[in-house]
Design a protein around this ligand. Structure first.
Ligand SMILES: [Fe+2]
Length: 443
């Protein structure tokens, strides 16, 4: 959401209402697309049944907006435990006495009606939780995050295709350069002013990087195929020790959803079997695969600090932008976000979304693995609850930045931080490469 500095309370309310309606339209589309059996079935042990996600969205909304912000009586006090993500692992959720699809739909509708009433009557100032509509923004982002999770469940689902979307526009112009130099020195990382930024993105602080080069675009399927053809999956030299052990154990031979046929590589994308398009960013690779590719290519993954500097730093002003292209909210010309298209756009697309330094497709298309662990920024304070970020610090997570075609614009920013286990492949993640700058290359 745009920085709310100049918005009246009424304008903030209107924006909240619009975002709530948008996220609900998406949740509805994702759950109405399949029949009742499909909604309650577990399509993968990595995922919840879709009907769990739906009622969980409503339950979080009830806990924060109806009960806490609104001070109202519970809509349903008997189901909190079922929909507490920390109580039950995803694999165990199908066995729970979950709300039936019809009950879940009724529940989320009842909660939403109360929330609109709470929104109307709550002064959006005073208490930090409601300042600039923060709690509402948190719930909008939560629903959109689950909508991306549900999209990943759709990708794991077998059966006839049920989701359809137009293909993204093709790149309009050739790339000016393969890689760009990011100057060394300090820049401002994170934010203290973005009203709906979450605790782990805060506070703004000075971060240093040495000069480095970053690729203009993410690694493509065609490039990744060269790694496969060169025997990259069979050569432990390119893999970290833990990465190689995982490659052996999980028998990785190609990105997830790829299959080698007599006429080359195919992939399954939301139920459609198609030839692997060489010019799209590679997606559905884990951190270990990304790292092995980078080693084979003689480069490396960027760190999270490097990624954010490449995305936000404007050398002309010395300040950090909200998004690569500037401070305006994402529009369809900037990035492939919001499930408008159900695939990444070809590498080099979205020239209007390039960063000040000329790096493209940092937002949208594919989440980008960074070679960094999840750590708090200096001055981090958990808000509004420890379970949002703090309990994950110190795990084996690797950072993911920039969002994918499945991520909504309200749920990603230049400062937004995502993380996952380094073995995860069902998420819409790819990567781009970086390398150190040699002294003679630094101007
Ligand atoms: Fe959740």
């Amino acid at each position: 959401m745009t920085t709310t500095e100049n918005l009246t309370t009424e304008q903030v309310r209107e924006r909240v209402a619009e975002q709530l309606r948008r996220s609900r339209a998406r949740s509805t589309a994702l759950t109405d697309a399949v029949d009742e059996d499909d909604l309650v079935r577990q399509h993968s042990r990595l995922m919840s049944p879709l009907v769990w996600d739906l009622a969980h969205i409503g339950n979080q909304e009830e806990l924060w907006l109806v009960r806490d912000v609104g001070g109202r009586d519970p809509v349903r006090s008997d189901i909190d435990e079922l929909y507490d993500a920390f109580q039950h692992a995803r694999a165990d959720r199908p066995a729970l006495p979950l709300l039936k699809p019809r009950e879940a739909r009724t529940y989320v509708r009842e909660v939403r009606e109360k929330v609109f009433d709470v929104l109307e009557r709550t002064p959006l100032q005073g208490r930090r939780l409601v300042q600039d509509g923060f709690a509402f923004g948190m719930i909008v982002q939560h629903e959109q995050q689950h909508d991306e999770t549900m999209l990943a469940t759709h990708q794991l689902r077998t059966g006839a295709p049920v989701l359809h979307a137009e293909d993204p526009p093709r790149a309009a112009e050739p790339l000016p350069a393969r890689e760009v130099l990011v100057p060394g020195g300090e820049f401002t990382m994170g934010t203290s002013t973005e009203p709906w930024a979450l605790d782990n993105e805060r506070p703004a602080h000075a971060a240093h990087v040495d000069a480095f080069f970053i690729d203009t675009v993410p690694v493509s399927n065609g490039e990744y195929l060269a790694f496969i053809d060169a025997g990259g999956y069979d050569d432990p030299r390119w893999w970290s020790e833990v990465g190689w052990a995982h490659r052996q154990k999980a028998n990785l031979v190609a990105p997830r959803f790829w299959e080698r046929g007599p006429a080359g590589w195919h992939r399954t994308r939301f139920g459609v079997v198609e030839q692997v398009p060489f010019d799209e960013p590679v997606v559905h690779v884990c951190f270990h695969e990304a790292q092995a590719y980078a080693n084979w290519a003689g480069k490396r993954l960027p760190t999270e600090v490097e990624w954010e500097k490449a995305a936000r730093f404007d050398p002309a002003t010395g300040r950090s932008r909200r998004y690569p292209w500037g401070d305006e909210d994402p529009g369809p010309e900037h990035a492939n976000l919001g499930q408008r298209h159900l695939r990444p756009a070809p590498v080099g697309s979205y020239p209007a979304g390039a960063s000040a330094l000329g790096v493209r497709q940092l937002m949208g298309d594919v989440w980008e693995w960074c070679d960094s662990d999840l750590r708090p920024y200096p001055g981090f304070a958990a808000f509004p609850y420890r379970e949002y970020s703090e309990v994950f610090f110190g795990g084996d997570y690797k950072m993911l930045r920039g969002g994918s075609f499945g991520t909504d614009a309200s749920a990603v920013r230049g400062t937004f931080r995502n993380w996952d286990h380094p073995i995860r492949r069902q998420i819409f993640a790819g990567f781009r490469l970086a390398r150190d700058a040699r002294p003679d290359e630094v101007r």
